[in-house]
Write a protein that binds this ligand. Sequence first.
Ligand code: ANZ
Ligand code: ZN
Length: 637
Amino acid sequence: YCLSMFPYPSGKLHMGHVRNYTIGDVRSRFKKMQGFNVLQPMGWDAFGMPAENAAIHHQVAPSKWTYENIAYMRKQLQSLGFALDWEREIATCRPEYYRWEQLLFTKLFEKGIVYKKLGTVNWDPVDQTVLANEQVIDGRGWRSGALVEKREIPMYYFKITDYAEQLLADLDGLDWPEQVKTMQRNWIGKSRGMTVRFQVAADSREGLPESHREFVQVYTTRPDTLMGATYVAVAAEHPLAAAAAEGNAELQNFIAECKAGSVAEADMATMEKKGLPTGRFVINPLNGERLPVWVANYVLWGYGDGAVMAVPAHDERDFEFATKYGLPKKQVVELIEPQPYNEAEWQEWYGAKENTRLIHSGEFDGLDFQTAFDAIGAKLQQSGAGEAKTQYRLRDWGISRQRYWGCPIPIVHCDTCGDVPVPAEQLPVVLPENVVPDGMGSPLAKMPEFYETACPKCGGAAKRETDTMDTFMESSWYFFRYMSPAFSDGMVKPEAAQYWGAVDQYIGGIEHAILHLLYARFFTKLMRDEGLVKVDEPFERLLTQGMVVCETYYRENADGSKDWINPADVDLTFDDKGRPVSAVLKADGLPVVIGGTEKMSKSKNNGVDPQQLIDAYGADTARLFMMFAAPPEQSLE
Ligand code: ANZ
Ligand code: ZN
């Protein structure tokens, strides 16, 4: 089973596709010539935002746009002469496909693996949609460029965190590029640490809810540095922050400002640290010291306990914060070869955990990291002030999208029965296809003929969920669907699943190293636990082909947005060393900006149309060039 990542039907093939599918085809032919029965299928990752954007732009239904693109791109693929099994072609926007995804969803909803909760999400005010953290770049929406806001909305989540340990452990057995495995490990982000409870000082409890009256609980990977804590910092969403903000306008404003910011972790790490004191105090459980509690923007509400014990002498973020606000720094770890405390150079070794010993820590002085970790841990445990805890950075996967062109979430909201999954015999919940969205929120929410329904439980009037699923859902199991694409009794026919097992060789872009591959691995485990497949992992071997890159050109509009211009429409002038110095648009002879070499993409309009190559030189030449011009893993200009 040799599989290349299926394309999004964006309009026409680009060079990245040609490269991806040529590599897969070479591999398939090789295996075929060795006598194997080779499966090499093709299909379409057919739901997604571009279809909606095109729909708004051209006033044509996303379905029509999508099906026309599929027809055109299929012809292109066929003209390239790939040995694809077209009898197995699938398009994920077809009800015959997504009905099985809906069925799995309802089963997992009943099992509690899919659940609903209010989620703080990145809200793109222009695209009117929720963005995943990695779709937020420098605080802006990856597609629209709009400043992202935070919002609380009810969402459906997949409990991928239940599978964190398996997803981590099973990486070891995969024949994948080490780099991709490392990226997955970091994304899962296992950390071993402790929960530590700081008692709230008696004079600091006013207005605190019962649940947070006694203690501020923190998660730390460095309990050995507890004696060096000089303040405690809580997230803006923490109940202590809310209580302290009563009658404190400055703090209220600051909390509101924090809540509006991005929730992306990368941004958290790099943004300017800001905070305010709450006027409340807590007690260090180890030495009884009274520590001030601050609200700080670098503390995430969604990680650990939304609060940290701050150790400025040994943690970089705390150091920066303490320096800015004049908070004390107390060194409690030193290198065995002692070095004078030098604030300017502290980072080089103050976070160190090897060849170190504790100082200024009373009975724990002299201990190395692990011994101190265990000794302080034992002491905290004894007094009930803490316990060991393993924590993952991975969060549950929010799959709700407030968009039209996606798989409907098969839930009915009934005033009496609550959220009721649509029974199997009523599936699929079919997405109405001939709809032209206007760009303002989801059209489904404005279509009573879609959302008005009867409750499957009590028969009373009820409302269908109008959110659709993240399109990563469809690409999380398509490789199983290819095994029995017309099977009318479930996701995959058991005999076919048995015969093919897992994909032997998967080929695709490094840009999918984290999310797509992680979700596909997760889905495989979900399907295995549902008894649908026998394998633990979907892709035994992985080849991540390098990107196909090309120069970019653009003109900037008055509002700062950019119009990207295709290289084919540009005339260049070169200096005497052959480097491009200026570029003009062929059509009007006026200058355009040279934007640098980037991955060929629709959004940068820097694709070179493979059709030109095919028309001029033939498919074999195009394919040979793609294989010869750079090794498969490296980028190709
Ligand atoms: C005290 C300390 C001292 C820490 C020190 C580090 C170094 P990982 O390894 O990524 O899990 N932390 C805990 N909860 C947090 C939150 N909600 N928002 C921001 N930071 C948080 O990181 C664990 C460390 O991140 C914890 O260990 C805590 O700071 C911080 F020399 O505690 B540490
Ligand atoms: Zn009901």
